[in-house]
Write a protein that binds this ligand. Structure first.
Ligand SMILES: *Cc1c(COP(=O)(O)O)cnc(C)c1O
Length: 360
């Protein structure tokens, strides 16, 4: 089977060396030495000063909302993974969906101001497929209306925007290190902050909100991660450059074979160093997309409807807000298989199946 993704696994012996170290120490979690080493290496790799390795890419969204004391309405994007809006709901805030830009699939910054009310306290936007949002415009709006900005940068590991890690923007950025992402720790995530004064709070919120047995300061949660997960990260981090270049080759191969007279892709920001996290293609209609999906399935090739459905249409959202662009893209986009080790011959085969099913 060819799946949309396949987890990169490092050299087993290297991982086992870390496991033996963990056994010798008998210390498996709670801010252990491997976790601290991973945080140090991540800060160095990403060139950021304040980073917290946590349990996953969803709990970090919740901690970010909590840390910035966000309440009421949060402007957000309907074109993201459901974790983005669910985190808003779990923090008892109301997601207010603003439609996306038809070219980049990121939140349309020109539409944000019209959705701001007295109750709006923040903007939570996703850098979709690792493609930066309109950061300057969002910053300007946030400043003008006194709003906090959180970026769900789950897709953005290794992306540079204006020579800085894309994870370094906003009041807080969050990342996911899930097994399906470009860099992974099995399960995992990180908070990246631009506010030194939040350091202690973030560290405390991640670990139940207390320091020792005496000082209970915040309603914290268990957002910690273990030595085993940190070990996976330490094994994988040195491979990131080769992972990204292997992905680029596959990306370029799809680019050269697929029929762009009929298909289209989101427009990438011109000022980025990209990580080739996903290969989304948009079909002329949902019908054509479904025909292609079926033709691929017969060959045991499983792409992913990513993102689908448009989050504003989910029944459990407290407010139904129409987002026609997002709804239109969501029903006809597919992310194609893209992972280290996917042979060129398979990319060719997948592309040819797609090209031969482009008419309804
Ligand atoms: C993967 C992902 C998440 C969730 O991350 P987990 O580590 O799986 O909890 C959140 N937002 C986006 C955009 C994602 O792609």
């Amino acid at each position: 089977m060819i799946n949309v993704t396949k987890t990169f696994l490092p050299d087993q012996e290297k991982y086992l060396q870390y496991v033996r170290e963990i056994w010798e120490r008998g210390y498996v979690t709670n801010n252990g030495p491997l976790l601290q080493e991973l945080e140090a290496q991540l800060k160095d790799y990403l060139q950021v000063d304040h980073l917290y390795f946590c349990g996953n890419g969803t709990i970090v969204l919740q901690i970010a909302i909590k840390a910035l004391e966000i309440t009421g309405e949060v402007i957000t994007t309907p074109f993201s993974y459901v974790a983005t809006s669910n985190a808003i709901l779990w923090e008892n805030c109301t997601p207010v969906f603003v439609d996306i830009d038809a070219k980049t699939f990121n939140i349309n910054a020109d539409l944000i101001e019209a959705s701001i009310t007295q109750a709006t306290t923040a903007i939570l936007a996703t850098h979709v497929y690792g493609n930066p949002c309109d950061i300057e415009k969002i910053e300007e709006i946030a400043k003008k209306h006194n709003l906090k900005v959180i970026y769900d940068a789950a897709h953005a590991f290794g992306v540079k925007y204006k020579n800085r890690s894309l994870l370094s923007y906003g009041d807080l950025s969050t990342c996911s290190f899930h097994a399906t992402k470009v860099f992974h720790t099995t399960e995992g995530g990180a908070l990246i902050s631009n506010h030194p004064e939040l350091d202690r709070k973030l560290a405390l919120l991640r670990a139940f909100g207390h320091q020792g047995d005496e000082h209970y300061l915040y309603a914290g949660i268990n957002g910690k991660n273990s030595e085993f997960h940190a070990a996976m990260g330490l094994c994988n981090l040195p491979h990131v450059p080769e992972i990204i270049s292997a992905r680029k080759e596959i990306f370029d191969a799809y680019d050269s074979i697929l029929n762009w007279d009929i298909l289209f892709k989101p427009a990438m920001h011109p000022e980025i160093e990209y990580n080739y996290a996903y290969y989304p293609v948009v079909f002329p209609s949902e019908e054509v997309m479904k025909n292609v999906m079926e033709a691929l399935r017969v060959e045991d090739i499983i792409p992913r409807r990513y993102f689908y459905p448009s989050l504003n249409t989910l029944s459990f959202m407290p407010r139904q807000i129409a987002c026609p662009v997002s709804e239109d893209i969501a029903v006809r986009v597919l992310s194609l298989p893209l992972y280290v080790g996917l042979p060129y011959s398979d990319v060719e085969r997948i592309s040819n199946i797609i090209n031969s099913h482009l008419l309804p």
